[in-house]
Design a protein around this ligand. Structure first.
Ligand code: SF4
Length: 458
């Protein structure tokens, strides 16, 4: 690879083709970031760059950069051996292949690369929103690496999280949003500074790979929930054994925000039998409790399961929030059956559900009738979550806290004020900030959050 980059640095006026194999095979929603950077680098050195939308004309280019991210993408294998073709990506090399040279890696992405594709799709009548990732976002990594080395993840090259690029490096000020591909952003010790940098752009941003909720702290939850975040926050709940930790961290998160939160739920990986199905439902039940939506990720091996259709329908139920928020799994399957056209037969959802229920009635009884609206603590108790309370609310809180700290309240009054949210520990931390001259010196116990009813005011 070094040879071609040296040539591109040395010469100019070469014809460079760029081929996104995932796009050519099945059409992806995201532009390929490495290819955007390669395009930028080539243009910077005076070469002409074309996005190739098929394999027909490859021989006519001085160099063709081909990238394939997904292992299921079908490639024209003959092309890979052509002398002018340079390949990369996890779809071809399990570790992603050679790193890009430093001056390519840190080139500002050429966001115009996919313009011919976008123009073609729009002309074909495709909705603009389906192409938004190509048109509306600046894209980059602020950090790289992850120390977890999960067995199912391709991300094993590095053992720690380290700084990769400042936001300004990939920011296009004409684009309204930013999205980030960081592998494990919350594992980076400089996370706060990067969030400040992102917020300073004034542009809503999102982490597309999900964030590691196991690393959540009060401080991270506070800063992140007040950031200009775009869309749902995404975390992961891959293994049931993590349940105590995940619950503890979700309690911290939910103490700070009621914003839309999703967690990836890995399925079909540890096993593909009733134990895995039960584990998926157990994780869904936990997420319902914390008003979070599951997003079911099916590992390839689910296809070999005798419960394959059940996996598919659990994913259909969960991954479409309009269904998940309104219906239990049973109601979802029954609704599918109601639309089934062939009389005397069952639709796949209803059949998968009833087949499983016949063999494992206990599991079905525990989970098939759970409804998001009934399980969600936020929906049931309406706990207010604060990012920055209004001054009226703080006045009311200050008054209540004053009476509490000066012993004007007996225990019953204090508990009643606490449960009616008038003595709110989340507000207490703002009292001095808003009223510095006469604020009540109320100190939040650092071990309060996540522990019901355990607070202390000094
Ligand atoms: S935490 Fe995420 S990025 Fe890190 S190894 Fe696991 S799945 Fe991959």
């Amino acid at each position: 690879m070094q040879v071609i980059y040296d040539r591109l640095r040395r010469e100019c006026g070469l014809a460079v083709g760029i081929l996104d194999a995932d796009l050519v095979d099945h059409g992806t929603r995201h532009p390929n970031l490495a290819l955007l950077k390669i395009s930028s680098f080539c243009k910077m050195h005076g070469h002409s760059v074309s996005l190739l939308l098929d394999y027909s004309d490859i021989a006519s280019y001085d160099a063709v950069f081909l990238s394939c991210v997904f292992s299921f993408t079908k490639l024209d294998e003959d092309v890979l051996d052509m002398p002018n073709v340079y390949c990369g990506g996890t779809g071809i090399f399990p570790d992603g292949g050679e790193d890009l040279p430093n001056d390519v890696e840190h080139a500002c992405p050429d966001y115009s690369l996919y313009d011919p594709y976008v123009a073609r799709e729009l002309a074909r009548g495709r909705r603009r929103s389906a192409l938004s990732d190509y048109m509306d976002y600046s894209i980059g990594f602020t950090t790289r690496g992850c120390f977890r080395k999960c067995s199912f993840c391709v991300n094993k090259k590095y053992s720690h999280v380290f700084v990769h690029a400042p936001v300004q490096e990939f920011l296009d000020t004409r684009r309204p949003y930013i999205y980030l591909w960081d592998d494990n952003f919350l594992g980076f010790k400089g996370w706060r500074k990067v969030l400040e940098e992102l917020n300073a752009t004034g542009k809503p941003f999102q982490f597309r790979q999900g964030l590691d909720v196991r690393l959540m702290t009060d401080e991270k939850a506070c800063v992140l929930s007040r950031s200009r975040y775009h869309g749902d926050f995404i975390f992961a709940f891959d293994h049931l054994e993590d349940r105590p930790l995940i619950e503890r961290k979700l309690r911290i998160w939910r103490a700070w925000t009621d914003r839309g939160t999703r967690l990836y739920v890995l399925s079909g990986y540890d096993s593909q039998d009733e134990r895995d199905i039960e584990s998926v439902f157990q994780r869904i039940a936990v997420l319902m409790k914390y008003d979070c939506l599951p997003y079911i990720m099916r590992y390839e091996s689910y296809k070999s399961s005798r419960w394959r259709a059940l996996y598919v329908n659990i994913a259909r139920w969960c991954n479409q929030p309009q269904f998940f928020k309104k219906k239990s799994f049973r109601e979802f399957c029954e609704a599918n059956q109601a639309y089934h056209k062939t009389e005397g037969t069952f639709c796949s959802a209803y059949k998968a559900m009833t087949d499983f229920e016949k063999e494992f009635p206990d599991i079905a009884e525990r989970y098939f009738d759970l409804r998001f609206e009934e399980e969600s603590m936020l929906k049931r108790f309406g706990r207010p979550f604060y990012t920055r309370p209004s001054s009226e609310l703080l006045d009311e809180q200050r008054d209540c806290w004053m009476r509490f700290v000066s012993d004007e309240m007996d225990d019953v009054d204090a508990l009643s004020a606490y449960f009616s949210k008038k003595l709110d520990i989340m507000c207490a931390r703002y009292l001095d900030e808003v009223n510095p001259s006469g604020g009540v010196p109320i100190v939040l116990s650092t071990d309060f959050v996540g522990k019901d009813h355990c607070f202390r005011a000094c």
